[in-house]
Design a protein around this ligand. Structure first.
Ligand code: LLP
Length: 419
């Protein structure tokens, strides 16, 4: 069977390690299911991306929706990243992780009054507004608080990112941002409001984008808008390219950080704006795997099923996007292979981690590693079927740390009252 190619997850004497820690050891000490992340992976990706953009003033804002464990936010904050947050919850998590509000930028198509008030009171760096109605609301809240709200406006550049329709966000048919045709008018109106400081222009065209052309097309459109606004006396200080950089789940061939930077920098240099980038998946997905134990192996007519202790409740992506996550045994032996669906214990046929997989014949108690689970894994976990949210572990060379404990039965009912 094919093994996921990674320098952070490697087999040593037929046992899978994350950096220099055996996954079997983590399973024995922490139990399963558990998310395991490589710290080195995240540091390496951050540095790679930061270096790629070294020829232009820039800042990386880690989109913490990908993985918002406070230790992961802290790791990127300590590396010098800002943090992109999408709710009061992510804002709070970032503060808890030790981030300075001046390094936090706030995205989202439906920010509430309370959220806007919270972030303005805490003097965040920037709110990225997505409609004129929202800009008016930010202006009135800022006025009430006696503040000037720093904002950018998200423009929908109407480009096709060629990704899964659920994670495409930059087409006119998507709900995000303001459309490019009314952008100038909205910027001009916003610039006249008394409690708004208009700083930048923003886009985010989608996620898991593996082709560079949509970014080139969108960057050209944004630069054109920046130039038009400048001619009208509105000078912006930054262009935010959003996130979306695609990664390898198996045999995708995404562009590299350097290819990305080399393609967009010449376009962006026409302005004197600072460049913001907001990756989530690129910085975290391949840092992680979901470690799970085989509960049962069974055969229904001509179909084999491996029933694992991890399910759609831990990793939802296969169920909702039919996303592919490579699944491989933690211990390799020369056993024969078979084809099986790898499923979880949840009472839904849509609960699967992988279908029709050719995999080593496993037996109960064997361990499986579901790869590329460092982004949009734990953050999308749920308690469906009253399952307990799993633990998370961060590996640093030959040490590992539990960065989130497994949930307990008591915690499942802690907010409920018998009346
Ligand atoms: N900035 C904004 C405004 C975003 O909405 C997102 C992701 C990002 C940055 C980071 O995008 P990334 O670099 O991670 O592609 N649950 C889906 C992904 C949804 C992404 C939503 N927005 C999945 O599991 O594939």
């Amino acid at each position: 069977m094919q093994l996921f190619d990674s320098e952070y997850f490697t087999y040593k004497e037929n046992k899978l390690f994350c950096e220099n820690v055996s996954l079997e050891k983590i399973a024995q000490e922490v139990a399963t299911p558990v998310f395991v992340y490589s710290k080195k992976f995240m540091i390496d990706r951050y540095k790679e991306l930061n270096n790629a953009f070294e020829n232009i003033p820039h800042k990386i804002y880690y989109a913490c929706k990908a993985n918002y464990n406070i230790n992961i936010i802290k790791l990127f904050n300590d590396l010098g990243a800002g943090i992109d947050v999408n709710s009061a919850g992510e804002f709070y998590r970032s503060l808890k992780a030790g981030a300075n509000p001046k390094n936090l930028i706030f995205s989202g198509v439906g920010k509430t009054k309370d959220e806007i008030e919270l972030v303005l009171e805490n003097e965040l760096k920037l709110i990225k507004a997505e409609s004129y109605g929202e800009i008016e609301l930010i202006n009135s809240i800022a006025k009430k608080l006696g503040k000037i709200a720093p904002i950018a406006i998200r423009v929908n550049p109407n480009v096709d990112p060629a990704t899964h329709p659920y994670i495409s966000t930059g087409l006119a048919e998507n709900k995000f941002g303001i459309d490019e045709t009314t952008a100038i008018e909205i910027f001009t109106k916003a610039a006249k409001l008394g409690n708004i400081q208009l700083l930048g222009i923003d886009m985010h065209i989608g996620s898991q984008i593996t082709k560079i052309e949509p970014y080139i097309e969108a960057a050209e459109k944004l630069v054109k808008l920046v130039e038009e606004l400048k001619a009208k006396g509105i000078s912006l200080t930054h262009i935010d390219l959003g996130g979306g950089m695609g990664i390898k789940y198996l045999d995708e061939k995404p562009f590299t950080a350097k290819e990305y930077a080399d393609a967009v920098i010449p376009i962006l240099k026409k302005t004197d704006c600072e460049i913001f980038i907001e990756p989530g998946r690129y910085l975290t997905a391949n840092s992680g795997c979901l470690l799970s134990e085989v509960l049962y192996v069974k055969n229904n007519l001509d179909k084999n099923f491996i029933i694992a202790d991890a399910a759609m409740t831990e990793l939802l992506r296969p169920s909702i996007y039919k996303a592919y996550h490579h699944i491989q045994p933690v211990n390799i032996s020369i056993n024969e292979e078979f084809t099986a669906d790898i499923v979880g214990p949840v009472c839904e046929s849509g609960d699967f981690l992988g279908k029709h997989r050719k995999i080593k014949k496993v037996k109960p108690n064997d361990l499986l590693a579901v790869m590329s689970a460092g982004a949009y894994g734990m953050v999308m976990a749920s308690n469906y079927n009253a399952r307990l949210k799993p633990a998370e572990v961060l590996v640093d060379n030959e040490k590992f740390y539990i960065i989130r404990k497994r949930e307990t039965l008591e915690q499942l009912v802690q907010n409920e009252f018998l009346i």
